[in-house]
Design a protein around this ligand. Structure first.
Ligand code: PEP
Ligand code: MN
Length: 289
């Protein structure tokens, strides 16, 4: 990886810490889990998600307001309305939020409402977008392209770094293969390799990798055992009703149980799971029955 001037590890213990909020960072001893629906669908949905996940070992929420859909006829996301919902939940529950930015024109709005800007797989080599994210004062979650090599992935991060933003977290989310039993193939070797060749935190998205909810938990445990610094996982109050990626969505209970099951695995690789957020009062109108 000769050309990765900024992303390359300079010595074996060289590790960047990327701050998500005052008390949550990627790359240290805490395992950081981001969870939530594929798409922001309503206020009620996001309040229910926050209420059920906050303080349960999940440190940040996800939810797409701008969605890169295969078909132009599929729901494209709530746009700014979705960002406002994320903002509201973020301040009410004091929990950071991560959401996707698909184009340069969306950067200001996304950066105003979110704590971290996600670049999706389909945009991993949108070089103009990557350059523009270099001047944003918020961390970037860069997902591996559908068929990107490890080198191409690292060089995409290099675009953001070389344009002035040192806060990049890499996300392995599975790559295309001949086999369509799983949606993609989680490249666990890439997680280990990226940890060895770069100083950037590396997280794993098991949901888009396997595409089937019953495979998410075991693959997540493997990712943690392999040394991932964090996770991004899809879940929904009513998984089968998700407007996108329903087949891979966990229920909120499954999500919490999964994090619970990670504790011994995390401990075995020297990671803690923080229960930050405990004690947050639910919004009265969205109290669970
Ligand atoms: C997502 O996170 O919902 C998403 C679209 O992911 P990816 O870009 O990895 O396909
Ligand atoms: Mn999704």
């Amino acid at each position: 990886m000769n050309n990765a001037k900024l992303a390359a590890k300079s010595h074996p213990t060289h590790q960047s810490i990327v701050k998500l909020s005052a008390d949550i960072s990627f790359g240290g001893t805490e395992l950081v889990t981001i969870a939530g629906p594929c798409t922001v669908e309503s206020r009620e949905q996001m309040h229910t998600v926050a209420q059920n996940l906050s303080g349960k070992g999940i440190q940040a929420l996800r939810g797409g307001a701008y969605k890169p859909r295969t078909s132009p006829y599929s729901f494209q996301g709530m746009g700014e309305g979705g960002l406002e919902i994320l903002s509201e939940v973020r301040s009410h529950y004091n929990i950071p939020v991560v959401t996707e930015v698909m184009s340069i024109s969306q950067i200001d709005a996304v950066a105003k409402h979110a704590d971290m800007l996600q670049v999706g797989s389909r945009n991993m080599q949108n070089f103009d977008l990557l350059k523009a994210l270099g001047s944003v004062g918020k961390p970037v979650l860069l997902k591996r392209g559908l068929a990107a090599t490890i080198e191409e992935f690292v060089m995409a991060a290099e675009y953001v770094l070389s344009h002035g933003n040192p806060n990049v977290v890499l996300c392995e989310r599975g790559i295309r293969s001949f086999d369509n039993y799983t949606r993609n193939v989680l490249d666990i070797g890439a997680v280990a390799a990226l940890k060895q060749i770069t100083h950037l935190p590396v997280i794993v998205d098991p949901s888009h990798a396997v595409g089937k909810r019953e495979l998410v938990a075991p693959v997540t445990r493997a990712a943690v055992a392999c040394g991932a610094d964090g996770l991004i996982i899809e879940c929904h109050p009513e998984p089968e009703k998700s407007v996108s990626d329903a087949r891979q969505a966990l229920s909120l209970t499954e999500m919490v149980n999964l994090v619970e099951s990670l504790k011994p695995v995390a401990a075995s690789v020297g990671r803690n799971i923080s229960t930050i957020g405990v004690g947050v009062e639910p919004t009265p109108m969205y109290c669970a029955a």
